[in-house]
Ligand binder design. Structure first.
Ligand SMILES: [Zn+2]
Length: 214
């Protein structure tokens, strides 16, 4: 009896919280791209974002309910909002130097230039268009590492949210062979990828990494 009495307020609180969350569940129209972005950023900015499920709900909406172009637009905005630029080989903003670098190195799929805080995607070197998103994900991790000031999985919150598995990569030998020793850990982390494998989570990781550094 005593136990039931003690449990009751908890149950009531839980039901109350679920009711609030259900009503707070965002329902967006297809054209509400900027509203979705604003709500998501607002939610990530809240100190309590880990405790309430709103961010996850908006993130799920982005991942499941948006169309291909809308999804890309949201990801790109989230990346740009922290000051990181994203240029594609064919894009108007890509510099001549970037293009030459992409053209002269057929194995180069993309790179992050920390001095300009710019991700360049060498789309000229792809066989399928789907590769662009994977390369973007990889370079976003480098941008996040730069923003945070080192390996991201050192941060307990980022690690718990995105790196539940240790960053082990098939590319281990390649990395050791092609990269200077000082870049090994960051390169392996970027190649290992995130648990979810979703580009929206990469963009969110970048957003949070920049915030964690402040
Ligand atoms: Zn890399």
């Amino acid at each position: 009896m005593k136990k039931i009495l003690i449990m009751c307020p908890q149950i009531i609180r839980k039901i109350f919280a679920i009711t609030i969350l259900t009503f707070a569940l965002p329902i967006y129209a297809e054209e509400d791209t900027s509203k979705i972005i604003n709500n998501y950023i607002q939610c990530l900015n809240a100190k309590t974002f880990l405790m309430d499920g709103t961010c996850r709900k908006i993130r799920n909406w982005i991942a499941e309910k948006t169309n291909y172009y809308q999804y890309d637009e949201i990801v790109e905005t989230l990346v740009n909002v922290v000051g990181v630029q994203t240029y594609y080989y064919d894009g108007v903003k890509t510099t001549k130097k970037d293009k030459t670098q992409c053209e002269n190195n057929k194995g180069l799929q993309g790179f992050y230039d920390p001095s300009r805080r710019t991700i360049v995607i060498c789309s000229n070197n792809f066989e399928t268009s789907g590769e662009a998103r994977l390369v973007m994900q990889h370079e976003i991790v480098h941008a996040a590492q730069h923003c945070y000031g080192g390996t991201l999985s050192r941060n307990s919150m980022l690690k718990a949210l995105y790196f539940r598995q240790p960053p082990i990569s098939d590319d281990f030998e390649t990395v050791l062979e092609l990269y200077p020793k000082g870049e090994w850990v960051n390169e392996l982390e970027a190649r290992a990828g995130l648990m979810s494998g979703l580009v929206i989570d990469y963009a969110t990781l970048l957003y949070l990494s920049c915030r964690e550094n402040n």
